[in-house]
Write a protein that binds this ligand. Sequence first.
Ligand code: BG6
Length: 792
Amino acid sequence: CWKMLTVAMCMALLGCLQAQELRGHVSVILLGATGDLARKYLWQGLFQLYLDEAGKDYSFSFHGAALTSTKQGQAFVAKVLESLSCPEDVAPDRCAELKGQFQRLSAYRHLATSEDYVALSKDIEAQVQHGGLREAGRIFYFSVPPFAYADIARNINSSCRPGPGAWLRVVLEKPFGHDHLSAQQLATELGGFFREEEMYRVDHYLGKQAVAQILPFRDQNRKALDGLWSRHHVERVEIIMKETVDAEGRTSFYEEYGVIRDVLQNHLTEVLTLVAMELPHNISSSESVLQHKLRAFRALRGLQKGSAVLGQYQAYSEQVRREQQRPDSFRSLTPTFAGVLVHMDNLRWEGVPFILMSGKALDERVGYVRILFRNQAYCVLSDERWVADQSQCLPRQIVFYIGHGELGSPAVLVSRNLFRPSLPSESWKELGARPGLRLFGRPLSDFYAYRPVREQDAYSVLISRIFHGRKDSFVTTEHLLASWGFWTPLLDSLAHEVPRLYPGGAENGHLLDFEFGGAQLCFSQQQPEQLVPGPGPAPMPSGFQVLKAKYRESPLISAWPEELIAKLADDIEATAVRAVRRFGTFHLALSGGSSPVPLFQQLATRHYGFPWAHTHLWLVDERCVPLWDPESNFQHLQTHLLQHIRVPYYNIHPMPVHLHQRLCAEEDQGAQTYASEISALVANSSFDLVLLGMGADGHTASLFPQSPSGLDGEQLVVLTESPSRPFQRMSLSLPLINRARKVAVLVMGRVKREITMLVSRVGHEPKKWPISGVLPSSGQLVWYMDYEAFLG
Ligand code: BG6
């Protein structure tokens, strides 16, 4: 039966050959040919490929393959082929002819065992030989669940590779893992069967026409955009995918993934990189596009828990209980809505918020990327007289409208007061007037608006790109891992977060609106009581009092964490202002660890009057790791403080732990170098303020119990050993700390309760509890403890 089919296909093939020389034959094998994706998009995409390429350089054959029995599969494929539609721009007669050819070139085959793969390969070879053709390549499209990947990959690799001189392309569909580790494992597994250049991982958003137009648009409008595409002009970027559907029917997938893995990690991140990446000189070079994109991934600033807001439509848990036979008490924490605030750490985008948002069961279905520009104009003419292309006071925006929504089609929109864009006229045309239609608060007539001449489904676009070997429209292993590397820490930190419940559709009202300040996102409205599914945040007493008392005979300030940090930051600023007034400079030595992080953030975002220009920043201690290592105390300081303030770089004094390409080697004399720097710049080696912490074992700075150095003696800076990783440290010594004019010790959290109680009772025993040796000789010591550390 297969032989007959082969002969029939060969005849069809020959029939389709035109007079000119062919460059070769391409076989497309659609695995999962009877599945949903194949039925809805892939067969149509393959037909489109044939329409575009028939009569050009290549001949084709299309093999639908699946585990479905031959009879059923054939019937399915015949039905799908019959239902293929003709695009508007192909004349009906021509299309009917090509459809007939496509049907004759397509066949179904049952593909399950390794013998089946061997047979498939043989049949392709026979076909090529019969037709007197040369094989150009084979495309295997995996439209199958990921658990089937490994087996299929093994079979293709061992028996279905084309001969020398012909290429192999395997097309893979998401999910590509669940987090960084699983993505890595999957990539390693696939890497055992295929070379990187053979793999085409699909993100269908890269095939959406408006998304695929982002780089060409940036390229063709370089001149106009050069001066606009940066933090100096862009106020914010919104990357949005709203859906009205919910997850019913696919909760088993959704429970495992949730909206961030399903949409943000892939579709929205891909779009983000296309907007944010530096534009290569030659955007038709896949290689340089991919390289530039990777650099954009690397510039993404790490996310924190506060970078996201999560929601879940109310019916979701019930759907999971029903579809997965879970008990009545089951409540899912899977988010079906997420808003995330992303920042880029590079000179082009520093400070520009990129808002990524997606959700199910929302009020409308729409997707877009909106670049909103700052408006620095003042218009003298009254606003009724403003004209769209002349008034600089109207909003200025560029929108890549991905689809659906009010417009109902993909589009590229540019505010008329920006510039008249250039788009390729063979594929984009101006949108006709739509009176009454408003987009982003403006009538459509405010924009230069373009839509595709021929609307194309994302899969058709991507199938064509696979055929043309355009790797830049696909996700490489490096990109995939970079993206998971970016999202996994956030996903981990949100794993137990209770999402805000929302009713779904228009009833959501403003419940999901969110706003941002600095790096934090939060819902604009309070959570309504009846929707709270779990215990809310611990109530804060209102009208708090900062408690003033004594601890180890020095002043103690105690409060709830937020107020404590606010008080400490105020005190530091006051000390700084006084020091600068008296001496012209302020020398501040800061500790590492997690407790000072909120303090750094407070100083960075609330203290605009801080005399940073006259402040010298020193480190109290450092881990023996390179300064760019996330474990480095300096890196903490850099992330949470330095990059947000303006301190002259020559006033920043990291500890020299990394000299001569090695870490904290005695011979390199890093500790002595730091001590000399202090002596040279700090009068009398007396810091104006030293901020310390207290470890649960009573350590302070990097002076640990029983430390052989740093507790007394002459040395100002010492190398020490920590009981926990990284073991090697550099630290200011107690004698140096005690020369300070002021020492503040910040102690936060319940874990410190025991040591706080213990240290309150002990005397001066720095060998056992180094913190007990902190006693400024002529300066002041103040303890800052939150209620949990102080009262438990
Ligand atoms: C898929 C997600 O990748 O994209 C779905 O798994 C989502 O949850 C879909 O509905 C949206 O795609 P489109 O093309 O309809 O915007």
